[in-house]
Design a binder for this molecule. Sequence first.
Ligand SMILES: [Zn+2]
Ligand SMILES: [Zn+2]
Length: 254
Amino acid sequence: MFIDSHCHLNFPDLAGKLPEVFDLMASNRVSHALCISVELEKFPEVRALAEAHSNLYASVGVHPDHRDCIEPTVDELVALADHPKVVAIGETGLDYFRLTGDLEWQRERFRTHIRAARSCNKPLVIHTRAAADDTLRIMREERAGEAGGVMHCFTESLAVAEAAIEQGFYISFSGIVTFKNAVALREVAATIPLERMLIETDAPYLAPVPHRGRLNQPGFVKHVAEEIARLRGMTPEAVGEATTENFFRLFART
Ligand SMILES: [Zn+2]
Ligand SMILES: [Zn+2]
C-alpha cells in the first residue's frame, strides 16, 4: 500500500474525473491521499473532498506563489485547522524561482503559517524553491520544529535535507526523482533515513516516468516508490510500508 502525501484533487483537471482517479488509486494500491490547500478562497473545496471520502485528508494554507489572494492570519488558520480531517498547515514556504522582487510578504506569510502550526500542534507542509537558506533560517527563527512537518516535492541538496531532518522534518519525494536529469536528487533519496521519507505526486503536476508530460494523479505515486526502492535496493512494498507508517506518525500523530 502507498500513500500520496501531497496532491491537489480540487484543481479542475482532476476534480472533473474523480471516479477515474479513485479507480487508479485502487488498482495501484494507493490507500490514502492528502489534498493540499493553496488558497483560502478554495479551501472549502479541499475540505469537502476530505469530508466526502474517508481515505482523503486536507491541509489549510496559502501557497507562496499566490500573490493576489486573501492573506491568512494565524487565528484564521488555526480556526480552519480545527477539523478532524484537516491534518496539516500549508502548503507554505518560500519560492524565489517563480516570483522575484521584494518578497518580504512571502517570508511574513511563511512565519504566519509556522506560528499557526505551533499554536494548533499540526505539522507543516513546506514548499521551498531557490530559497533554501531563507527557508531553513525562518524555520529555525520561528521554531518550526515544535510543529514538525514535511519538506514537500524536495529538490534541494543532501545538506539541506539533513538540516531539515535535524529540525525534525520529513522529506517528501515526487515524480521528479524519476526524471532522467535528477541525478543529485536520486542520491538524496538513496541516502536519507527511510524513517524520515514520504512520497507524493503533487498532482496534477509532475507526472513520474513513464507518464511524464501527462496529467498526474495520486495512483502514480506507485512509480515514485518503485524508483526509491530501486535506488535503495528494497522492494516497492517495503518503501510503501515505511512511508505509510511515516505518514501516519506525522499526520495522525500516532
Ligand atoms: Zn509546492
Ligand atoms: Zn503542491
